[in-house]
Design a protein around this ligand. Structure first.
Ligand SMILES: NC(=O)c1ccc[n+]([C@@H]2O[C@H](COP(=O)([O-])OP(=O)(O)OC[C@H]3O[C@@H](n4cnc5c(N)ncnc54)[C@H](OP(=O)(O)O)[C@@H]3O)[C@@H](O)[C@H]2O)c1
Length: 293
């Protein structure tokens, strides 16, 4: 009987959007990994993977990170975006430097820069710099806007046939998170990605109007994009429960998109995986049932 080896790869954020896809990707390839979760009882899906060793760990608890990193060579670093993300990721890097981690694949963001007006882009750049200074070998994945972000508008799409943004007619080369996970999986398991920064985009650049047309075609019902002001966007995000820091960050993100700073198409996904990234038409077809009542 074949036995699963001791994992040398740690996946953080394993219960999140990208993390879930990444654990599936590694499992499908029969690669053992350790998944760090805040609560084992809330990570039931992971228990079905024979390749997964599940450990509890919290970015706010350095001691738990030390245990999660014990014996690990390579790690995927991802937290959600919050005002604590910079501190949490920095703690992880400092602990990893002590436990002897050899390689870190960090989920960053397209256009990360310490002087960006977008808070998310600033914190990602600060952590990237900390990793560079730590001496740990790295791969930085800088994805553009996630196609799956549209699922956040699921309710209004189903009930009103509408979704919203403060972006005008700017094009964005948005990406399917399944491609981000596949890129991370390759960077964690194949040589040649050390010291590399990959800009990750989909295969084309689309306006939100074009996104609405494609969603309408996939769901066979009219779906409209409504362009709103940054002020209304902020109020809407706060009304639906986004924390202030994150809602303001999303408004900054949209301002950056509106300036057409996120429209270029880059070959990062193909460079790493050898595959053409998933098109928005395919994303819409695969998720059409989720946008229908
Ligand atoms: N949305 C976009 O369009 C976009 C574009 C480019 C880059 N990004 C970047 O993508 C990242 C978010 O990726 P995602 O959507 O996959 O994230 P996500 O779904 O929000 O997942 C976050 C993960 O972090 C875990 N986590 C949260 N707090 C933790 C803690 N204190 N200790 C341990 N684990 C903790 C969560 O675990 P629990 O299940 O326990 O909560 C979850 O597994 C952000 O860094 C963002 O800047 C986003």
């Amino acid at each position: 009987m074949s036995q699963i080896q001791t994992p040398q790869i740690l996946i953080t954020g394993a219960t999140g959007n990208i993390g879930k896809e990444l654990t599936k990707y590694l499992s499908n390839k029969g690669i053992p990994f350790r998944a760090m979760v805040r609560s084992v009882k809330d990570a039931k899906e992971l228990t079905s993977f024979a390749e997964a060793e599940i450990v509890e760990g919290d970015f706010n608890d350095a001691e738990s990170l030390k245990k999660a990193l014990h014996g690990i060579d390579k790690a995927f670093l991802l937290t959600n975006s919050s005002e604590f993300a910079e501190q949490q990721q920095s703690t992880f890097v400092k602990v990893a430097a002590h436990t002897g981690l050899k390689h870190i694949v960090k989920l960053s963001q397209w256009a990360a820069a310490v002087d960006s007006p977008v808070r998310f882009l600033r914190y990602h750049a600060v952590v990237e710099n900390l990793i560079r200074a730590s001496g740990i070998s790295y791969t930085f994945l800088r994805p553009n806007l996630f196609m799956q972000g549209l699922l956040g508008f699921r309710e209004t799409i189903i009930h009103k046939g509408q979704f919203y943004g403060a972006v005008g007619d700017a094009k964005i080369s948005l990406i399917d998170i399944r491609d981000i996970a596949a890129t991370a999986g390759e960077a964690l398991t194949q040589p040649g990605h050390e010291g590399k920064i990959y800009n990750l985009t989909g295969p084309e650049s689309l306006t939100h109007q074009q996104i609405a047309e494609k969603l309408s075609a996939a769901t066979n019902r009219p779906i409209q994009f409504i362009d709103i002001t940054p002020e209304i966007l902020l109020d809407t995000l706060l009304d639906v429960g986004f924390p202030k820091w994150q809602a303001e960050g999303l408004v900054e993100d949209y301002a950056h998109y509106k300036l057409r700073e996120a429209s270029e198409v880059h070959p990062g996904v193909t460079d790493v995986t050898g595959k053409t990234p998933i098109s928005f038409d395919n994303f819409a077809r695969d998720h059409a049932f989720l946008f229908s009542a």
